[in-house]
Write a protein that binds this ligand. Structure first.
Ligand SMILES: Cc1cc2nc3c(=O)[nH]c(=O)nc-3n(C[C@H](O)[C@H](O)[C@H](O)COP(=O)(O)OP(=O)(O)OC[C@H]3O[C@@H](n4cnc5c(N)ncnc54)[C@H](O)[C@@H]3O)c2cc1C
Length: 153
C-alpha cells in the first residue's frame, strides 16, 4: 500500500502518473484540506477575476479518485508518520505561508464564498498582494496594479 500524506497538486499528479503507468497498489491519501486536490494558481487569477468557480479548480472531480481506487481522506491531518501504515509513504505536504499579522492569506479555496470574499472584493479593486516573488510576478501579469513582495521563510 502507498500512503500519501498531503492532498495538493503534487499528490494528485503522483497518483495520476502512477495509475497511468500501470501501478496497481492500494493508495490512501490524507489531506487536511476539506476539498480534493485543487490548483492554487486560480486563487489569485481566474477565481479572483470571477472567471472560474471553485469546482473548476479541482485537479480531478472527487469521483475520479474512487474510480482510480484511491482512498481519499479529506479533512484529515496526519500528525505523525506512526499513524500511517503503508509499504511506501509519500510526504506531499507542500509549504505553509508565513502569516504576517492579520494580512489576508490567499492560500486555500475556502476563501471563495466565505466572509473573506469581501476582502477579495477590495483586492479586485486595488490589488495589494503579499506573497512570494514568483507568485507576485505571475500575478502582475494577471493584471494587478500594485504588489508587496515578502519572502516566505
Ligand atoms: C495564490 C497562489 C497562486 C499561485 N500561482 C502559481 C502560478 O501561477 N504558477 C505556479 O507555478 N505556482 C503557483 N503557485 C504555487 C503552486 O500552487 C504550488 O507550487 C503548488 O500548490 C504546490 O503543490 P503541492 O501539492 O506540493 O503543495 P500544496 O498545494 O501546499 O498542497 C499540500 C497539501 O497537503 C496538505 N497537508 C499539509 N500537511 C498535512 C498533514 N500533516 N496531513 C494531511 N494533509 C496535509 C495541505 O492541506 C495541502 O492540501 C501559487 C500558489 C498560491 C497559494
Amino acid at each position: 500500500m502507498i500512503g500519501i500524506v498531503g492532498g495538493g497538486l503534487s499528490a494528485a499528479k503522483l497518483v495520476e502518473s502512477y495509475r497511468e503507468s500501470g501501478g496497481d497498489d492500494d493508495i490512501v491519501m490524507w489531506s487536511q484540506d476539506p476539498h480534493g486536490p485543487y490548483h492554487r494558481p486560480p486563487l489569485s487569477k481566474r477565481l479572483l477575476r470571477g472567471e472560474q468557480t471553485p469546482d473548476q479548480a479541482l485537479v480531478h472531480p472527487l469521483d475520479w479518485y474512487t474510480e482510480h481506487d484511491v482512498d481519499l481522506r479529506v479533512g484529515q491531518t496526519v500528525s505523525s508518520l506512526d499513524e500511517v501504515t503503508a509499504d511506501t509513504i509519500v510526504i506531499a505536504t507542500g509549504a505553509r505561508p508565513k502569516h504576517l499579522g492579520d494580512a489576508l492569506v490567499l492560500r486555500t479555496i475556502d476563501i471563495y464564498g466565505s466572509p473573506s470574499e469581501k476582502v477579495l472584493e477590495l483586492l479586485r479593486r486595488k490589488a495589494e498582494l503579499l506573497g512570494t516573488a514568483s507568485v507576485a510576478v505571475h500575478d502582475r501579469q494577471a493584471g494587478f496594479a500594485r504588489f508587496v513582495s515578502a519572502p516566505v521563510r
